[in-house]
Design a protein around this ligand. Structure first.
Ligand code: NAG
Ligand code: NAG
Ligand code: NAG
Ligand code: NAG
Ligand code: NAG
Length: 454
């Protein structure tokens, strides 16, 4: 692997891809939006535990203003179109990354999230969300390419005898919990372990078994993929300390047992962290007050994905599939996280209604670059173990960006309107998806990736 690649970017070189995107709103529109986006997510992640209402607001407002001014959102949403027939024929290759949401009554009404133990804040139906139209859409890939509805038996036979592990942040967990729900609605399961602990921690490390197919599905909370201490372990801590030379301990210890790995990380890197190599601090993102190199988020994200894929490629000749998921953006749309109208939409965007692509393209490029680099290493390498690993991209950015209606919003809380208006300063979750909801589509595409011949 290229040594130069693993060095932090020179902050004075404007030719370097990552270093030319230094933080600072005078530099680039994209950088600024990312920063704002990152702070929004950070605020959201923070509030999920223990932030006093409104405490983040003052610091956020200039950035929110920026996004608000950069974007104009069309407020009129046309009604749903006519049903579209699903093509059943097999296609040799489909691009699931592009397409549109089409009206398909009942398509996403496939399980009761209370029965599959999802995180309470994603169980929108239990929390009293009154509208259900967000469950009536399916993703139609471009060029008439078929994307079949999720089929639990097909999924389990595609991974028979295998260990499927989701590794990453809360979007990885969102997808992992969706998969458990989709599978357990059709097949018996056993909970093998789930970490105990206060509040959200009980959702951070768990494993289910589906004995009929000898399949295991795990989730490893590792929002940087790498070893990290601080906020990602304890919400009451402000900072993230991330070790570029080591992977997250728990998943790395199990890496040899994983047959299918789904990796998703980015939100926490956008939010900022202090990075170390061994005991040496090599840089930071989002800490202008520290006198260290600003490394941005793209470079550490590349280091993290590369280290993770290398680790999964190294383990003993086992044929393995590594799936890198792209960024799933939030939909605060320039509103504060405690604005009750944030992500209150009840239908997807229409084509062209909101182009969020510039917001997620940079992170998506990192994912594609790392997937391509890993494939190149595998085919040029001499070892048989490297070439036994298949690397795929699960590109959900476009389909996720078109679903402002699929988030819990205020329904991350139990019956937020129980006493009339929601309490002052109540937060909305415009980042994760309701379960059931649009994130089930991530698993429909994952199934097609796993069924594809190597
Ligand atoms: C960490 O430092 C070692 C030794 O200087 C170097 O070989 C390696 O590339 C560095 N790793 C990163 C991620 O910068
Ligand atoms: C967003 O823009 C609208 C209209 O341009 C304005 O009324 C509103 O106050 C802005 N919101 C924020 C958070 O700046
Ligand atoms: C979901 O399951 C729970 C627990 O079994 C039950 O109380 C609830 O009524 C169910 N919800 C729906 C919408 O069926
Ligand atoms: C920051 O670091 C540079 C180079 O190490 C040093 O020259 C400078 O004095 C430092 N500034 C502060 C405020 O510590
Ligand atoms: C492959 O092996 C040959 C001979 O052992 C060696 O010369 C070459 O550098 C190796 N290539 C790679 C990519 O490791």
């Amino acid at each position: 692997m290229g040594g130069a690649y693993l060095q932090p970017p020179d902050p004075h070189s404007h030719s370097h891809k990552a270093s030319s995107k230094k933080p600072g709103c005078f530099l680039s529109k994209t950088t600024c939006a990312w920063l704002a986006c990152g702070f929004l997510s950070l605020a959201l992640l923070h509030l999920l535990c223990c932030s006093p209402a409104g405490s983040q607001r003052a610091a956020l407002s200039p950035l929110l203003q920026y996004i608000n001014n950069t974007y104009s959102f069309v407020s009129t949403v046309p009604g749903p179109g006519p049903p579209v027939e699903v093509e059943e024929e097999e296609r040799s290759s489909c691009n699931y990354a592009v397409g549109k949401w089409v009206w398909a009554p009942g398509h996403a009404r496939r399980y009761n999230a209370t029965e599959c133990n999802v995180k309470e804040s994603h169980d929108c139906i239990r929390n009293g969300r009154p509208d259900t139209g967000y469950l009536d859409w399916r993703w139609q890939p471009a060029d008439g390419c078929p994307l079949p509805a999720f089929d639990a038996a097909a999924f389990l036979s595609a991974v028979r005898g295998k260990h499927v592990a989701f590794v990453g942040d809360s979007m990885a967990r969102n997808q992992a919990q969706s998969l458990i729900c989709l599978l357990s609605a059709a097949f018996p399961y056993r909970l093998l372990y789930r970490d105990s602990g206060p509040g959200p921690r009980k959702h951070n490390f768990w494993r289910y078994a589906f004995p009929a197919y000898d399949v295991k599905v795990s989730f490893y909370w590792t929002p940087f993929l790498l070893r990290a201490t601080g906020k990602s372990e304890d919400e009451s801590v402000r900072d993230n300390h991330v070790h570029l030379d080591a992977l997250g301990d728990r998943w790395a210890a199990d890496a040899d047992t994983i047959d299918v790995a789904v990796l998703a990380a980015a939100h926490w890197l956008l939010n900022g962290a202090i990075y170390y190599n061994g005991s040496r601090m090599v840089g930071a993102h989002g800490y202008p007050e520290l006198n260290v190199t600003g490394v941005g988020y793209a470079w550490p994200l590349r280091v993290a994905y590369r280290a993770a894929v290398d680790r999964l490629s190294a383990a003993g000749g086992r044929p393995r599939t590594v799936v890198l998921a792209t960024f799933s953006p939030s939909h605060f749309e320039g509103k504060p996280t405690n604005d009750p109208t944030a992500c209150a939409k009840t239908e997807p965007y229409k084509d062209g209604e909101s182009d969020m692509e510039w917001m997620y393209r940079e992170v998506r490029d990192v994912v594609y670059d790392e997937a391509n680099a890993a494939r190149a290493r595998a085919t040029s390498g001499n070892g048989s173990s490297a070439s036994a690993t298949r690397v795929e991209v699960l590109d959900v950015s476009k389909l996720a960006s078109m679903r402002p209606d699929g988030h819990p919003g205020l329904y991350m809380h139990d019956h937020p309107f129980a006493n009339g208006a929601p309490p002052e300063g109540m937060y909305s979750d415009c980042l994760h998806f309701c379960l059931p909801g649009p994130v089930d589509t991530f698993n429909e595409i994952l199934l097609q990736i796993l069924r594809k011949r190597r």
